[in-house]
Design a protein around this ligand. Structure first.
Ligand code: RNT
Ligand code: ZN
Length: 418
């Protein structure tokens, strides 16, 4: 027995004293898939002929060397990240990550064939794919409005884009045998005080209805709408507010997407999950880390993340929640960002799976809040790290911090040569 195994035995014993079955927890974690956001790999640039993140109220800061400049580089980088993350997961693409062989293909003309290389890659790596229309970084989005624009032709262009994206996702889901979740996030909004908050919202409803007019097989494709409170340049008013999106998905049977960075700075999304779960079939998460604003910092294992994971596990929501990551930090190694963020998400889930939830629930019902608090507090110093190391070993990925050296090597031999 090696050290990791003997440490694991010890940890298992400690957890069993409080009534937690560690093997069962690890077994459940194996089945949870995280969708890694492609856009961390190149600062939301994409591979259109004229690429780069412009407008849309989001911002990637930093200029760490070695970012992926082509789709095949991005695939190599993602593949490398997946080797350092325990479990089998998913990859989340944006429409601007198409491969058009150098031809200009506008957003309303994209087709499944432009993503076939991604689909083939996902298939050979056993990954599912998710998808996003890109309603930003485009001349027709430069004034901050897309599907809610007052200009009909502009609206129609973006509606065609939305429809094209659903078709692509359907093809992905069909070929990969797992539904592709399409997340509709529209940056539409005003920097300063509008006098008409209603009309853009009415137009957005009409456009969304048009986009969704064809019903697609949920075995292949699912639609989610992502709300937001504010963005850069849309500080005062965002058309797709939380109330708007909630109302839309509830009345149309779509998925709600909650992004942890899209609410008031002290508002967290953990407490929204149970309430929404009673009314929506499925939830999409954009797990992010806002620092003072929707800054999209790399996800870490902080209280917010802990809270999200606990709610998913305690309320048995894992089977109806799609966990996606959403961050883009260009000040650190981009592959490490994926690895840190995904490992943090998995750690938070494992910790939540290692709670003696039935006992905690019983004490709560009995009004024994003293014991509830005391045990929750003690749980924080249980030998979690030993279980995590063992989980990594079982999944043949580097343990502890040893993955960092792998990334450094990749940086020296691959990234620094780009
Ligand atoms: C922006 C939204 C959105 C984007 C991605 C790139 O505030 O969070 O999800 O981050 O589409
Ligand atoms: Zn998001």
């Amino acid at each position: 027995m090696n050290r990791v195994e003997s440490d694991y035995r010890l940890a298992k014993e400690r957890y069993s004293v409080i009534g937690v079955d560690v093997d069962a927890a690890m077994g459940r974690l194996e089945n949870i898939k995280i969708s890694l956001n492609c856009w961390q790999g190149d600062d939301v640039g994409g591979f259109e002929t004229s690429s780069g993140l412009t407008d849309g109220g989001i911002l990637a800061t930093g200029n760490y060397p070695g970012k992926a400049k082509t789709a095949s580089q991005l695939r190599d980088d993602a593949e490398f990240a997946f080797r350092l993350i325990p479990g089998k997961h998913r990859f989340n693409l944006h429409a601007i990550y198409l491969e058009s062989g150098g031809l200009k293909v506008d957003r309303d003309e994209i087709r499944p064939e432009h993503f076939q290389a991604w689909i083939d890659w996902a298939k050979s790596n056993g990954l599912g794919l998710d998808f996003n229309p890109t309603f930003f970084s485009h001349p027709l989005a430069a004034d901050g409005f897309t599907i809610s624009s007052a200009e009909k032709s502009k609206r129609q262009f973006w509606v065609r884009h939305g429809i094209a994206c659903r078709k692509i996702a359907e093809s992905m889901g069909h070929q990969l045998g797992t539904p592709s979740v399409v997340d509709f996030w529209m940056p539409d909004g005003y920097k300063d005080i509008p006098v008409d908050r209603l009309s853009p919202r009415r137009r957005m409803v009409e456009s969304l209805d048009e986009i969704f007019s064809e019903s697609l097989n949920p075995k292949f494709e699912l639609d989610a709408i992502e709300s937001k409170l504010f963005g850069i340049g849309s500080e005062t008013y965002v058309v797709g507010s939380h109330e708007f999106c909630m109302g839309y998905v509830l009345s149309r049977g779509k998925l709600i997407c909650l992004d942890s960075g899209h609410f008031h700075p002290t508002e967290t999304i953990a407490d929204k999950l149970s309430g929404l779960s009673l009314f929506v079939k499925e939830i999409l998460l954009h797990v992010s880390r806002p620092v003072r604003w929707d800054s999209d910092h790399v996800v870490i294992w902080n209280d917010d993340l802990r809270g999200i994971a606990e709610e998913l596990v305690r309320n048995d929501l894992l089977a109806r929640t799609h966990i996606g990551l959403d961050f883009f930090d260009a000040t650190i190694n981009r592959i490490a960002a994926w690895v840190i963020g995904t490992r943090a998400m998995l750690k938070a889930l494992l910790a939540a799976l290692l709670e003696p939830i039935d006992d905690l629930r019983r004490w709560e019902i009995e009004g024994d809040y003293t014991r509830r608090l005391a045990v929750l507090e003690e749980l924080k110093s249980m030998p979690f790290g030993l279980v995590w190391d063992y989980y990594c070993q079982q999944n043949n990925v580097p343990m502890s911090t040893s993955w960092i050296e792998e990334i450094k090597k990749y940086e020296t031999y691959i990234l620094s040569k780009r």
